[in-house]
Design a protein around this ligand. Sequence first.
Ligand code: EPU
Length: 418
Amino acid sequence: MYKIVIKGGKRLAGEVWVSGAKNAALPILASSLLARGQSTYRNVPGLGDVVTMRKLLGQLGAKVRGDGTTVIDTTNVNHFEAPYELVKTMRASALVLGPLLGRHGQARVSLPGGCAIGARPIDQHLKGLAAMGARIELEHGLVNARARRLHGATIVFDLVTVTGTENLMMAAVLAKGGTTLENAACEPEVEELARVLNKMGAHIRGAGTPLVTVEGVDELHPVDHAIIPDRIEAGTLMVAAAITRGNVLIRDCMPEHLDAVTAKLRAAGAEVTYEEGGVRVVGKNEYRPTDIATRPHPGFPTDMQAQFMVLMSRANGQSVLSENIFENRFMHVPELLRMGADIVIDGHLAVVRGPVKLKGAKVMATDLRASACLVLAGLVAEGTTEVLRVYHLDRGYDHLERKLRALGADIRRVRGGL
Ligand code: EPU
């Protein structure tokens, strides 16, 4: 086991490169199942969830090799089950449901249980697949889905779901006839998946808007594709620059994916400029309180809420954070309180009062973005912070501590801890 040890107080400066997007890589790797043969994916981030997805594809019979460039040969896929052992460590394992059903007519996927940030059911995925003709049974904690060939359907999501939209898009590309997805998620990762599927020969229109149409085709072919940069990693680094009063150029990111985060950083008083080659963030000594409400894209992303809370605790006054996507995404707050933050939670609202001088402490990561939040808190805290359970961080960040150290942070990964 490792822990991250940070001595706070350093200003970050320099340039940093953003890795490929986790939440684009996961559905894209799963989409390899839709074609027979060898696909090549570039700019694949080196993180735990990607390792889990590779393992899952291997268990299904695919040959998987490489890291940053991952090559997947699906010629011998002959298993159709995502077992509990993998689904429980990564809910995005459910993303193989659509492709397996679409191409092989069968899929068994362990039902993900609740997780640290909420109940997170997949009823919308299942409702859509059923509308496309799948016979779905729930038995012994598994979703057992079968269909001779899926057919197109009109599906209206009851709520906006990112992986739900992705799963149904992947199911629809090989279905007979046309599918319409209404109230679809507009996240850049959905758009990126559609880009890949269209490269494979699919006919998808409207991805990135709430109305997606898919005209089914008989066959798809393998693809060679470089994955877009991770907007949440970029946003995390932007907040790191702001809170440390730094001056950092974040390279290889797509500024158009960062508008909501940029707007809030600017509202708080940070200087953010879109430059040739990246986004520059110049931090300030003082920040204004700024309210945030998480929303589906293009709103403020829930995946940036925890990190932003560190900035709010440095602002002069009271900020209100409203978490509207997941019901239990304030797990980082008790740890921030132990570091001296002044935060009160009332249901889905968190009231953050600042400015406070955070103090280093031993803290425990509870989920991926909570762990990023604690690392950021450590960067500005007085003294030493130890972040335990860093496997949460490693699930979704490609060596975050190396990137922060290259910018001047005093941060190390050491053996020990939980
Ligand atoms: N929901 C349902 N039923 C469904 C699907 C979703 O009730 O069938 C609810 C969820 O419980 C949640 C809301 O709808 O309250 C939105 O969930 P969504 O399905 O959009 O989340 P997800 O697809 O499981 C993806 C990202 C998350 C990110 C959310 C929201 C991937 C692999 N994961 O999850 O990323 O927070 O969208 O943007 O794309 C992270 O990277 O740290 C992370 C958690």
